[in-house]
Design a protein around this ligand. Structure first.
Ligand SMILES: CC(C)(COP(=O)(O)OP(=O)(O)OC[C@H]1O[C@@H](n2cnc3c(N)ncnc32)[C@H](O)[C@@H]1OP(=O)(O)O)[C@@H](O)C(=O)NCCC(=O)NCCS
Length: 171
């Protein structure tokens, strides 16, 4: 499936994709409530699009099936959200979106990708670990990641971890 930067007219379609993606959590009893959790607003998506930090996986008719949005934090690229509509999960779109942001970050000279996720959900930390991300101990956290994990803890999100992937500088 092609991946392309999002444009402003795509933004209104993205909350529904995030809601659909989150239905995957209905399969995890203690996290089923995540399926009804608040999603990013259209305005927030427009903000990511404005900065050129939102990418879409689209179908043959150019309709969005999944998205990844990111921000520059502490000199690295942080993946704020990755969501693929439930019926399109498991087809490689998530992996493709990560590869896209990774290539972009590397070309821009960034040396790390980061994210926060659920440590024990099979399509979260274990999936990212297979893509080269490493879980950071809470004691290793600084700056934005430290604040983000503290914020998620305060929200009552259980079992969260911060992950980092080092990027090599292009020759
Ligand atoms: C995480 C997510 C974006 C991945 O997108 P995707 O298109 O399904 O990803 P891919 O098809 O590229 O790969 C999914 C990986 O998760 C694994 N996976 C997916 N569902 C799984 C399940 N129910 N049990 C075990 N593993 C699962 C697949 O085996 C695959 O791993 P592999 O490629 O190393 O074999 C998607 O599952 C999603 O939107 N989930 C709900 C929202 C979410 O958790 N977002 C991430 C927030 S940090």
């Amino acid at each position: 499936m092609p991946i392309r930067p999002a444009r402003p007219h795509d933004a209104h379609l993205l909350p529904a994709i995030e809601r659909s993606a989150a239905e995957a959590f209905l399969a995890v009893e203690r996290l089923a409530w995540v399926a009804a959790h608040e999603v990013l607003s259209v305005e927030e998506h427009l903000g990511f699009i404005d900065k050129g930090l939102l990418w879409l996986a689209v179908d043959e008719q150019d309709r969005p099936l999944g998205f990844l949005c990111a921000s520059v934090q502490d000199g690295g690229v942080h993946i704020d959200e990755l969501s693929v509509a439930l019926c399109h999960q498991g087809k490689g779109l998530g992996r493709g979106l990560i590869a896209c942001v990774e290539a972009w970050a590397q070309a821009q000279g960034f040396t790390a990708l980061t994210l926060t996720t659920f440590r024990e959900v099979p399509w979260n930390a274990p999936f990212y670990a297979r893509l080269g991300f490493v879980c950071l101990d809470n004691g290793q956290l600084q700056g934005f990641l430290r604040q983000q994990i503290a914020h998620e803890h305060a929200l009552g999100l259980p079992g969260r971890c911060a992950m980092r992937k080092s990027l090599s500088v292009p020759a």
